[in-house]
Design a protein around this ligand. Structure first.
Ligand code: NDP
Ligand code: 8X3
Length: 250
């Protein structure tokens, strides 16, 4: 039977590339994001391959999260795989100059949003004693870089939550793992720099960054392992990147 995958942050970047690849592989998809028009376009694009449901909600709003996920009809209501991908950086500032609105956004979306979505999906996985959760962390969750302060904190929290989930869900046969990418060329920097596309483009100039499709393929590899294999924590960087600050720019 085809497995059902819920992907948060499916309207752009890594989430969208993952939706496209998993549709080709025949997974039943639940695609989430705030931008309904993008979800509609993706549903239309992918419906030739598989069944696609869309849910438009902001992961910060816990009632909206539970209402949306609780409203899913068959065959979408049994979620086999949850991909916690929604998130972004907001700002790149010295800690003493950071915006508290940016701090709230990163902690509310990247950490609490991930928790709310997981809380809405987990009871059915625990009841079935089966399921697979992929948390999209970051190299920023492994090391802190200048001005990365709160974004790095949010991804370090994802790293800790990933470990905690794996420990607590172990007895229930649920696989939990994180995929931690380095620099991936998506709308990430455009969001971080609040629509300043010139500044955003510079982040990816002079070297070859990862593409969202590279991460999607790793997600596909991870979820297609046999049931006794759990990829617990994977870091992937562009070949040109050695750490958050050491990048081989030509
Ligand atoms: P994008 O900006 O391209 O995509 C972000 C996605 O998150 C969008 O689909 C967006 O959907 C969704 N999202 C953002 N805020 C919310 C919210 N409040 N509620 C619901 N959905 C939300 O960035 P990426 O694809 O690069 O980012 C995806 C994940 O990968 C993030 O967790 C990011 O931290 C992580 N990552 C990215 C890296 C990179 O270099 N690009 C490297 C390492 C990790 P919508 O706006 O429609 O709500
Ligand atoms: C995204 C990668 O280095 O911009 O998480 O923080 S980085």
């Amino acid at each position: 039977m085809k497995k059902t995958v819920l992907i948060t942050g499916a309207t752009s970047g890594i989430g969208k590339a993952t939706a496209e690849l998993l549709a080709e592989k025949g997974f039943v998809l639940i695609l989430c994001g705030r931008r309904q028009e993008r979800l509609d376009a993706l549903q239309e694009q992918l419906k030739e391959h598989t069944k696609v449901a869309t849910l438009s909600f902001d992961v910060r709003h816990r009632e909206a999260v539970f209402e949306a996920i609780g409203s899913l009809p068959e065959p979408f209501s049994t979620i086999d795989i949850l991909i916690n991908n929604a998130g972004n950086a907001h700002g790149l500032d010295l800690i003493q100059e950071g915006s508290m609105d940016d701090w709230d956004a990163m902690l509310d979306i990247n950490v609490k949003g991930l928790l709310y979505v997981s809380k809405a999906v987990l009871p059915q996985m625990v009841a079935r004693k089966a399921g697979h959760i992929i948390n999209i962390g970051s190299t920023a969750g492994k090391e802190v870089y200048p001005k990365g302060n709160v974004y790095c904190a949010s991804k370090h929290a994802v790293d800790a939550i990933n470990q905690g989930m794996r420990i607590d869900l172990n007895a229930h046969g649920i696989r939990v793992g994180a995929i931690n990418p380095g620099l991936v060329e998506t709308a990430f920097s455009e969001v971080r720099f609040k629509g300043d596309s010139t500044r955003a483009e510079k982040v990816y100039q002079g070297y070859r960054p990862l593409k969202p499709e590279d991460v999607a393929e790793i997600i596909w590899f991870t979820i297609s392992r046999p049931p006794h294999v759990n990829i617990a924590d994977l870091v992937v960087m562009p070949t040109d990147q050695a750490s958050s600050t050491i990048i081989n720019k030509k």
